[in-house]
Structure formats: structure tokens, C-alpha cells
Design a protein around this ligand. Structure first.
Ligand code: NAI
Ligand code: MG
Length: 356
């Protein structure tokens, strides 16, 4: 098959992990007789430097005219105080909105051989296998108004948490669909004891539930969910939640597997191509040093093969190669224990190619 992939390296280690991942994709193309065409475009800080715009129109067009989008990461201290208030993250929020990617899938899979790099006890995290499904285009990050104003004669700021029923329904439906394909257990996370938007969320979940009698549903308040994820993560199969709660819970859940450098993600909608990216950021502290763990991005590409290209076997090959590399004890700095030899980004990528 021929596929066009838009590559958005972004900033910092984004460049390094994306490069590693195209090498792995090329190997998959060779093995299975596919052809992947890469078209590169700028986003985030790199795009601000070139165009004074974190999301140029060319980038949007390139993404829309492709079969899948692979993104590294955006941001860094260099762009923290732009005189016009332009921020790299606007590129990321913007592209999700442009492509109408309302669902963010974040699988958290514990690798047996990595359990001692988690800060949690082995018996708590070994074989954890859960999926966080985060709503991505609504809620507090997009609600209007979002502004500064005077309140009682002093400076104040307001953000708005708004959800339309249709926005809740489409993400919740995805949650039920995903649970159906997995262990048939869905946990909807909200703050219905305090927030009106959460009460609408909960009502809507109950309505959609009628179409999925085979899926077991429970509701959990977000503060409790944060606690339960650490206490007993294996109780979860699929967690569905709104934008900000999902942002926070998925970073928390990433630590179950030991490192942010391990976590892939997919953002999908119903029209445009999906966007695949690691959960981690641009890691300015190690950028350009060849220290980045490429596995989260490589696993994100595996999700692209599976969800956007319908290449299940190819995706499984990548996942198996990643698992094998870990089982063989190969480690980048973020997942190495004291005294263990540390591989560079390139060396780790080479190990994945060999495993393939
Ligand atoms: P970060 O995820 O970039 O880094 C947090 C820590 O984890 C750092 O110590 C870093 O070295 C380490 N780390 C992250 N990914 C790694 C990898 N693949 N291999 C080895 N170590 C890794 O988060 P931080 O430091 O809060 O943010 C840095 C910049 O990234 C900021 O400008 C932030 O806005 C941006 N960011 C961008 C995201 C994105 O593009 N999706 C997501 C999160 C942050
Ligand atoms: Mg985040």
C-alpha cells in the first residue's frame, strides 16, 4: 500500500524521536511491501521561528492531504516570552481543532521487564493494561470566555468549562466501543458532585449506556480516580473523561510504566487523518544530546499503522519488537537503573530494527 505521512518534528527531542521513527517505518515498509511518503512541515517553536506562527496554513494543508500525521513535540524555554504572546502549544491545540480530533487515546501497558523502573511496587504495576480516552476539543481549554477582567477592583482571570451534549456523546460512544473490543469495562470520570458540566456528562453517559448492555459501566469522581490509579491500576480497563481531567490523569498513569518516554498516543476524529504523538514534551533538558527514548514515538507510529492504515499485523510487529527490546534489557537513560549501560536514541532504534 502507498501512504502519505505528514511529519511534524516540532521542537527539542521531537526532531530526534521522529527521525528514529521514520527509520522504523521504512523497515516496516520494506518487510511488508508498502511505500510510505513523508512530507515534512513546521509546527510549534520551529514554525514561530520561520513564520511567526505556530501553525502555518501550509502545515494544516499538508496534514489534511495525508493519510496520517506523526508529531514529535513542541515547546521550550526559548519561546516562553514571545513579545506577541505567541506560544508553541497553540500549534498543537490548533492542529487538533483543525483536524477535528476529538478523541485522544492513551494506552498504558506495563512491560514485565520494566516494573522496577516504576516508583510503585511491582505487584501493583506489573501487567497493567488500561486505556485512557480523553476528550480533546472541548472543555476548559477551549471554552469562551477565557480572559482577564477586573473583579471587585482587582485583576482576575476566567476560564470556561463548557460541553455540548453532542460533544459528550461522541467521545463516550468511542469509550463504549473501545471497551467492547477490550475487557468490556468502562469507567467514566467526572466531578459531578461540583460541576454542572459533569452532571450533563454523567446523564449523557447513562443514555449512551443503553446501547451497550454488554459493557459494565461505573462512574468515578476525578479525585478518587487519581487515587485509585496509584492504589490499584489493574482495576481499570477503559477510562473515558473530559479534556483537562484526561490530561492530568494520563500523565499520572504514564508513571505506572516507568517513564514518559514510553507512552504513545493517538488522536482521532471522524473526518481527517489521525494524529499520532508521544505523550511526552520536547524535553529541553536533554534535547540535541541523543539521549531521548524513541519508544513512545515508535509505539505511536504502531498506533497509526493500526488505526489509520488498518495494518494490524504490521502494528503488532512493531509492538512485539519494542517489547522484545525491553525484555532483552536495552535501556535509554530514562528507564535505566543505576549502573545499567545506557543506549543513545540511535542505538535504541537500531535494537528495534534488529528485533523487527
Ligand atoms: P517533558 O515531557 O518535555 O519532560 C519531562 C521530563 O521527562 C524531562 O526530564 C525529560 O528529559 C524527560 N523526558 C520526556 N520525554 C523523554 C524521552 N522521550 N526520553 C527521555 N526522557 C524524556 O515535559 P516538560 O519538561 O514539562 O516540558 C518541556 C516542554 O515541552 C515545555 O515547553 C512544554 O510546554 C512542552 N510540552 C509539549 C508537549 C507536546 O508537544 N505534546 C507535552 C508536554 C510538554
Ligand atoms: Mg499534558
Amino acid at each position: 500500500m502507498n501512504k502519505t505521512i505528514t511529519i511534524l518534528p516540532g521542537d527539542g527531542i521531537g526532531l530526534e524521536v521522529v527521525k528514529a521513527t521514520t527509520v522504523v517505518l521504512d523497515k516496516i515498509a520494506d518487510m511488508y511491501g508498502h511505500h510510505f511518503d513523508y512530507q515534512y512541515a513546521d509546527i510549534g517553536g520551529a514554525a514561530i521561528d520561520k513564520y511567526e506562527n505556530p501553525l502555518p496554513q501550509e502545515t494544516i494543508d499538508a496534514c489534511k492531504n495525508s493519510d496520517g500525521v506523526l508529531l514529535g513535540a513542541v515547546g521550550g524555554p526559548k519561546w516562553d516570552n514571545h513579545p506577541k504572546g505567541i506560544r508553541p502549544e497553540q500549534g498543537l491545540l490548533g492542529i487538533r481543532k483543525e483536524l477535528k480530533l476529538f478523541a485522544n487515546l492513551r494506552p498504558v501497558t506495563g512491560h514485565e521487564s520494566l516494573t522496577d523502573s516504576s516508583t510503585l511496587r511491582k505487584e501493583v504495576v506489573d501487567n497493567v493494561d488500561l486505556m485512557i480516552l480523553r476528550e480533546l476539543t472541548g472543555g476548559l481549554y477551549f471554552g469562551e470566555p477565557q480572559e482577564r477582567r477586573q473583579v471587585d477592583g482587582e485583576e482576575a482571570a476566567v476560564d470556561t468549562l463548557q460541553y455540548k451534549k453532542s460533544e459528550i456523546e461522541r467521545i463516550v460512544r468511542q469509550g463504549f466501543e473501545m471497551a467492547k473490543l477490550r475487557r468490556k469495562q468502562l469507567t467514566s470520570v467526572d466531578k459531578a458532585n461540583v460541576l454542572e458540566s459533569s452532571r450533563l456528562w454523567r446523564e449523557t453517559v447513562e443514555e449512551v449506556k443503553k446501547d451497550y448492555p454488554e459493557v459494565e459501566l461505573d462512574h468515578m469522581l476525578v479525585d478518587n480516580a487519581a487515587m485509585q490509579l496509584i492504589r490499584d491500576p489493574k482495576q481499570f480497563d477503559v477510562i473515558v473523561t473530559e479534556n483537562m481531567f484526561g490530561d492530568i490523569l494520563s500523565d499520572e498513569a504514564s508513571m505506572l510504566t516507568g517513564s514518559l518516554g514510553m507512552l504513545p498516543s493517538a488522536s482521532v476524529g471522524s473526518e481527517a487523518p489521525g494524529l499520532y504523538e508521544p505523550v511526552h514534551g520536547s524535553a529541553p533538558d536533554i534535547a540535541g544530546e541523543g539521549k531521548a527514548n524513541p519508544l513512545a514515538t515508535i509505539s505511536s507510529a504502531a498506533m497509526m499503522l493500526k488505526y489509520s492504515f488498518d495494518m494490524q499485523e504490521e502494528a503488532d510487529s512493531v509492538d512485539r519488537a519494542v517489547a522484545e527490546v525491553l525484555t532483552s534489557g536495552h535501556r535509554t537513560g530514562d528507564i535505566a537503573k543505576q549502573g545499567e549501560p545506557i543506549l543513545s536514541t540511535e542505538e535504541m532504534t537500531e535494537k528495534v530494527l534488529n528485533a523487527l
